[in-house]
Design a protein around this ligand. Structure first.
Ligand code: FAD
Length: 773
């Protein structure tokens, strides 16, 4: 074994806190290390050249790079070593930036030394691995039929892909279909969107499933199996003539969700004139089943016994385009959203479209003409105590748009816009804002905390103008709330079905915010439009087109390489079937000589490994022995202080730790994190031995409410029991369930556990010896 170690200064990001030369000098004589070098930017051309030249000069067969998070550059460095003949799985990527220099000040160098020693020890255990090449299903599932989902579906269809588009409402179109005109050009929203919706409806490559939701997902990248629950529409879309007779005779009126509850529709209804599918539907939630529509329909298109069905869709990749809802009224109660003189901005879009463009005047509930309107921007946003902490990014622009339109139709109208900051960042937006000011729209630099209903039906707004310091009282006829945009209802359930993560703001988390914003943390699953955060139509469309090209790249030549981090069976099996029972994905079947693995369905969680009574399954390079070797290195130098060993699942918990690093949130240096595909592959023996080797506490971080977390909870209980049996404090092990949105809590979780372990003190050597026996 000949190992090379390469330490990156990252332009001061690492070397600002870590003495990289000292780290190099501390590891250069470790076991089989042949060369250890420091460089300014390891990922730059000279850095890569240094690695490749050293491999050739020193005949290296393993490489340890110590730099940023492996989630940033591991694949790139693997390619670098592979180019010069080293199996890419013999590269170890040590995280000196997100999980050391960015989260520690004092003690960062000492910790860096042990992290690199952990990497060197791990490198020693690495076997060369080959990726299995499997055929990929080229079909794509797009979830969400707003402008982002529509654009992605059409783009893919043009490239010859078959697409299934799942939309939960009875028509595609999303929010854009509800808008009147769009900023900053004021072009008619339905006029731009409808032709694309119609294209989707007519496209032979696109199968449209409306009134539909993803019920379950199985399989893996390149070969997903999705069950879609399609609710009953009650109308045969092929037969429906759109004559509207069903609606005319329907006796039941309900609030129309497309019209944001402002107007009513019948239970037999057309979602909206340009709807696709272009057909009526029965709203079974409200339908009284009187049968009048069935009798009125001239073509027998209505079936009131129509049943919900499950449709199976197979796809190699998926695109999430589920968009947004407006924040609920509960957090806006100081603005009295329940009163008829207070509306949200989507309702204004509908008022403009249905009333003002038809020449009607705007009236209040009592029939009086509306002469003054106040917009409250940031209602429920930019304040996490009263809504969400982020900016909804389009409210400034759409409020200016609506104000301009309102004044166009009603020139006498006084429009006041109360703002926190005007954010008009897009191309042409500043001119748009200027135009509004020139047209007499008044901008007041203040955010009202609430509005006061007056006896005459108006509302008083009292604020201190931040520009002039004057207290202003302003009675207005109508209040418009530019409310926060939040992820569509059901996004978190969908995310857990798809196995993708959400960010702190509960929108879908991208793989990398800057460098890979369209990919999610699950291979072959992409996310676009407002599903990944607030944005306008332009940016949603850009996302959608980018996603189509990601799918194209992902499909490539029709094959993908599967990760070799999957269990292998090495003989000695007694065919007991415990491994099959442990696998919730059904990836194992029993053959004559032992389990047979379906590598596509297997996600490499390793839950089958610790349950094997014969110990005949292992994930290469992630066996208990390999983890313990790494632990030995990581725990070196911790003799004088408490050492906490963290076992973190790679997908969520490790990413949470990276996010904490990016946010520069500090925590004690005592923790050493072992990154692993999933903590389900840990056995009790491995953990007890890790404590024997020098850990004073073990923190397992695993995805909350997952099968893996359930297994980890059992494991922790089991280990605690054994520790008790050995006369050791059972609280030296803890499970911390993780989800990405709470990554900022991770430093506290680590600090709390470290404090707890500190109270118990270092483990006495004689107790450690018992555990190593
Ligand atoms: P959406 O339009 O929200 O579409 C998402 C779709 O997914 C919906 O059809 C939804 O029903 C469906 N869906 C959700 N969850 C599921 C699920 N689990 N399964 C299946 N389907 C699901 N932008 C501009 O550029 N110009 C403007 O003038 C403008 N005006 C605006 C005015 C207002 C009042 C608001 C609130 C926003 C405005 N915007 C404007 C922003 C614009 O609406 C968004 O940028 C755009 O709608 C984003 O498209 P999308 O496809 O990502 O999401």
């Amino acid at each position: 074994m000949v190992t090379g170690v390469f330490i990156c200064k990252c332009g001061g990001n690492i070397s600002g806190t870590v003495d990289c030369e000292k780290v190099r000098d501390s590891v250069k004589r470790e076991g089989d290390v042949k060369t250890a070098q420091v460089t300014e930017f390891l990922c730059s051309k000279p850095g890569i050249q240094l690695i490749q030249d050293s491999i050739k000069t020193h005949g290296l067969d393993r490489v340890v790079v110590a730099c940023c998070s492996p989630h940033m550059h591991e694949e790139m460095f693997r390619g670098v070593v592979e180019e010069v003949g080293i199996n890419k799985h013999r590269l170890v990527h040590v995280n000196l930036r997100e999980q050391c220099s960015w989260v520690h000040e004092r003690g960062a160098t000492e910790k860096a030394v042990s992290l690199v020693k952990g990497g060197i020890a791990r490198a020693r255990t690495l076997e060369p691995l080959e990726e299995k090449v499997v055929k990929i299903n080229r079909d794509v599932l797009v979830i969400g039929g707003g402008v982002a989902g529509i654009t992605a579906a059409l783009q893919l269809s043009k490239g010859g892909f078959k697409v299934s588009l799942v939309e939960r409402r009875s028509s595609i179109g999303g929010r854009m279909a509800q808008l009147s005109k769009t900023f900053p050009t004021l072009d008619c929203s339905p006029c731009i969107l409808s032709p694309r919706m119609a294209e989707v409806g007519n496209d032979k490559n696109i199968t449209l499933l409306t009134g539909a939701n993803v019920a379950s997902v199985s399989g893996g990248p390149g070969d997903y199996h999705i069950k879609v629950r399609v609710t009953s529409r009650g109308v045969d879309i092929e037969k429906c003539l759109k004559c509207g007779r069903c609606s005319q005779v329907c006796p039941t009126e309900v609030k129309d969700e497309f019209e944001e509850g402002l107007y009513k529709r019948k239970a037999a209804y057309l979602p909206f004139p340009q709807a696709v599918p272009s057909s009526y539907a029965i709203d079974f939630e409200h339908c009284k089943r009187c049968g009048a529509c069935v009798e009125a329909c001239p073509v027998d298109a209505i079936d009131l016994d129509d049943q919900e069905k499950i449709v199976a869709v197979d796809a190699g990749s998926m695109i999430v385009a589920t968009g947004f809802d407006l924040i609920g009224n509960k957090v806006l109660r100081t603005y009295h959203p329940e009163m008829s003189g207070v509306v949200n901005a989507l309702q204004v879009e509908r008022i403009i479209e249905n009333e003002l463009t038809e020449g009607k005047v705007l009236t209040r509930g009592n029939g009086d003409r509306v002469k003054s309107i106040a917009y409250v921007l940031c209602a429920g946003s930019r304040d996490s105590h009263h809504g969400v902490g982020y900016c909804s990014s389009v409210c400034c622009a759409y409020s200016v748009k609506q104000a301009i339109l309102l004044r166009k139709f009603l020139p006498f109208l006084k429009v006041y816009i109360y703002y926190t900051d005007m954010r008009m960042t897009g191309r042409g937006f500043e001119d748009f804002y200027r135009e509004a000011r020139e047209k007499g729209i008044q901008f007041i630099h203040a955010k009202p905390g609430g509005v006061t209903p007056l006896e005459d039906g108006r509302f008083e707004i009292t604020v201190e103008d931040l520009d002039t310091g004057l207290m202003l009282r302003n009675p207005v006829d109508l209040v418009v709330l530019s409310s926060a945009m939040v992820p569509s209802a059901g996004t978190s359930e969908l995310a857990s079905r798809l196995g993708i993560a959400l960010g702190e703001d509960l929108f879908v988390a991208p793989k990398h915010v800057k460098l890979d914003p369209i990919s999610t943390l699950r291979e072959g699953v992409f996310a676009v439009g407002v599903a990944t955060g607030t944005k306008d139509i332009h940016d949603s469309v850009v996302d959608a087109r980018a996603a189509a090209s990601h799918v194209y790249n992902f499909v490539g030549d029709g094959t993908i390489k599967l990760s070799p981090d999957k269990p292998i069976h090495e003989g000695g099996c007694d065919l007991c079937g415990a491994c099959m029972d442990a696998c919730v994905r059904g990836a194992l079947t029993m053959g004559d000589e032992g389990p047979i693995l379906d590598s596509v369905s297997c996600n490499g969680c390793g839950a089958c490994i610790p349950v094997c009574p014969k110990g005949s399954l292992r994930i290469p390079n992630n066996s208990g022995d390999a983890l313990l070797e790494e632990a030995k290195g990581l725990l070196s130098g911790t003799e004088g202080d408490i050492a906490v060993l963290g076992f973190f699942d790679d997908n969520i918990s490790y990413t949470a730790a990276d996010n904490a690093g990016t946010a520069r949130l500090h925590y004690p240096t005592n923790i050493r994190i072992v990154r692993m595909p999933s903590t389900a592959l840990l056995s009790k023996e491995t953990i007890l031995k890790a404590i024997g080797l020098g850990a004073d506490g073990v923190l397992i971080c695993e995805v909350e409410e997952s099968h893996e977390a359930e297994l980890a909870a059992k494991l922790v209980a089991d280990v605690s029991e054994s520790l008790k049996g050995f006369g050791i404090e059972p609280d030296r092990i803890r499970l911390q369930p993780m989800v990405l949105p709470i990554f900022k809590m991770l430093p506290k979780f680590i600090s709390d556990f470290t404090e707890q372990v500190k109270k118990m003190g270092k483990m006495p050597p004689e107790k450690r010896r018992i555990l190593l026996r």
